[in-house]
Design a binder for this molecule. Structure first.
Ligand code: G6P
Length: 612
């Protein structure tokens, strides 16, 4: 989703801004732009194409300057078009003096727009952002910091902004509320960015700005103030050394980041479970023992792929730890009347740790008196980790592909560990069981390598899938969420309509869709539900549907006309969902490649959804 990079420096900062945008590309965007202070005026370049094209424009137009702001936009208000791309200027004519970029959504933008139009401001875009630019200009009387503070108290909604002014060439002002923004302190130069990765290689001295902060950036110094009611007070923020991997954004021998990330899963799971030599609640934080003893249920809140990780964990938590578990889509939970239970462990799951709906759902749960909070998150420095009392940091590494893969399997690993820790506290884990689970967890990286070796067989299937318009995915029990995740992967990157059902539900509706043109992917591990699943498969065959089955090594399902079988190398027991999702990731990936879609940056989607 939208990305911000901004700088005050004493060198031409445009290459750094562009490099920062490239590092933020993975978040998803549909247009981009940069603005600088150049020869006493504001200059900008904007594009509805990739950052690489923006770079070409910058070179052609000779855009250069010491002070600048840059942005990748993911359209919310107004189509992806150059006139809607940031930076926005105010006034919107040749006398422009304010340049601004924004991430978030301003909810009262219509009222503000009417008010500013009445004051004589002309709007040239359909964005909510342009309102902020004009508002800052309206309040500007020679001090940008004061103008921004006066403007933001009028805003309702979520924002991270970076602003500069033609008349103060060595100053950038930033502010955040509800959207992430960090400050990077360099040598004689200072930066703002949506995340530390944007500044990798530039500075590792990072300040995580807090909710309501406004920051004044100048050469060699910065000043933070925190919102207090309608006013602001001086605030001190810790400068931390953050090692954001710049090398992680390299593709190596792979065609796409998604493929690279699928193949990184043995390493990612190995790293996530490193040091797990016995089960203890302490993996989740110092207070974990106390909290785990105090709870009688679990409420999981998440979005997208992370939500499906939660759905899978529900099966583990209820069957192994014997603890009642609910899983809710964060954007639904935050707005519905629910019955709070203060003895619930609220678990958020998030790759980015910045998903607006999940953070809001967490805060909502807390506001209902549920104080036992834990997050399974891939970014140790994220808002989610800061907001929760307990945390387990997955070590997937930076995930660039919008479609999540290694983050999902590492989340599952973290959730399995949580299940075992809760089982232990609840007296549901014998030493023998603990030893057996640990053995299986240690085996995961090797088992994953075996599954990845199936890639050539899956590529052959992908050729068939690429010609289809629809697909059904079936699973049962803890593999039903895996079927859901497989369908999500296929639709988000290949744009083929795909749906998932628990196989027993087929006869209650979706069977009407089955004919020779409907491929039916079946996740068929050799477990207690296999017999039932085989009957469901017969229902498909009887209607002429083509089955594509992922079976375990010891399964009795054989290939025959209309039934294609890929056999997984082993039978995996409780951890089977972690293995069975991998061929579905590969199927989606190769189908998308065969259709020639933009695999890493699928249309209309964003990696990190920091707006509601
Ligand atoms: C976006 C991404 C998904 C991700 C979801 C939740 O929709 O495209 O891949 O699953 O957000 O993100 P989170 O960072 O909270 O896991």
């Amino acid at each position: 989703m939208c990305g911000i990079v901004a700088a005050v420096s004493q060198r031409n900062i445009v290459p750094v801004l562009v490099e920062g945008l490239k590092r933020l590309e993975y978040r998803g965007y549909d247009s981009c732009g940069v603005a600088v202070h150049q020869e006493g005026a504001l200059r900008r370049a904007r594009s509805t194409s990739r950052v690489a094209e923006l770079d070409t424009l910058i070179v052609e137009d000779g855009v250069a300057g010491f002070t600048g702001i840059a942005h990748t936009r993911w359209a919310t208000h107004g189509a992806p078009a150059v006139h809607n791309a940031h930076p926005h200027f105010s006034p919107s004519d040749a006398n422009a003096r304010i340049a601004l970029v924004h991430n978030g959504i301003i909810e009262n933008h219509e009222a503000l727009r009417a008010e500013l139009q009445a004051k004589g401001y002309t709007f040239v875009s359909q964005t909510d952002t342009e309102v902020i630019a004009h508002l800052v200009d309206h309040h500007y009387a020679g001090d940008l910091f004061a103008a921004v503070k006066a403007a933001i108290v009028r805003l309702k909604g979520a924002y991270a902004i970076a602003v500069f002014c033609r008349d103060e060439p060595h100053r950038v002002v930033g502010a955040r509320a509800g959207s992430p923004l960090i400050l990077g302190a360099g040598e004689g130069e200072n930066f703002l960015a949506s995340d530390a990765m944007a500044l990798a290689g530039v500075t590792n001295q990072i300040v995580y700005l807090e909710e309501g902060d406004v920051v004044d950036l100048q050469i060699g110094k910065f000043w933070v103030e925190a919102r207090e009611g309608e006013g602001f007070v001086r605030a001190t923020r810790e400068v931390r050394t953050v090692y954001a991997h710049s090398g992680a954004a390299e593709l190596g021998p792979y065609r796409h980041f998604m493929q690279k990330e699928i193949f990184e899963q043995p390493r990612a799971i190995g790293d996530t479970l490193e040091g797990v030599t016995g089960i203890t609640p302490e993996f989740f934080g110092d207070e974990a023992w106390k909290i785990f003893r105090d709870i009688d249920s679990v409420l999981i809140l998440a979005c997208g792929t992370s939500y499906y990780a939660g759905c899978t964990a529900k099966y583990w938590l209820e069957s192994i730890a014997r603890i009642s578990t609910q899983v809710e889509i964060a954007s639904e939970y935050r707005y519905r009347d629910s019955v709070p239970n203060p003895r619930t462990l609220v678990v958020t799951i998030s790759q980015s740790g910045e998903t607006a709906d999940t953070i809001a759902a967490l805060k909502h749960a807390r506001s209902l008196g549920m104080e036992h909070t834990l997050t399974i998150c891939n970014v140790a420095t994220s808002a989610m980790v800061r907001e929760c009392r307990l945390a387990y940091i997955t070590r997937a590494g930076v995930e660039i592909g919008v479609a999540s893969t290694k983050a999902f399997t590492t989340q599952l690993a973290g959730l399995f560990l949580l299940t075992l820790a809760l089982a232990q506290v609840r007296g549901r884990l014998t030493e023998a069981q603990e030893a057996e689970h640990l053995r299986q967890m240690r085996h995961l990286p090797v088992a994953l390598q075996g599954v990845l070796a199936l890639e050539p067989q899956i590529m052959a299937w992908a050729e068939d899938f690429a010609k289809k318009h629809n697909a059904l995915f079936l699973g049962r029990g803890k593999h039903y969420p895996i079927a859901l995740e497989g369908a999500l992967k296929l639709k988000e990157i290949s744009y083929i309509h795909a749906e998932a059902y628990p196989a027993g539900e087929l006869k209650h509706g979706p069977l009407a869709l089955v004919d020779a043109n409907m491929p039916v992917v079946t996740v068929a591990p050799h477990d207690e539900l296999l017999k039932k699943l085989k009957s469901n498969m017969q229902e498909v065959r009887a209607r002429g549907g083509e089955l594509y089955v992922f079976a375990d090594a010891d399964s009795s399902i054989e290939s025959e006309p209309g039934i294609h079988v890929i056999r997984m190398p082993e039978h995996y027991g409780a951890l089977s969902p972690i293995l069975h999702v991998v061929p579905l990731q590969l199927l989606a990936y190769h189908t998308a490649c065969a259709r020639g879609t933009d695999v890493d940056k699928p249309r209309n989607l964003a990696k990190s959804v920091t707006v509601e």
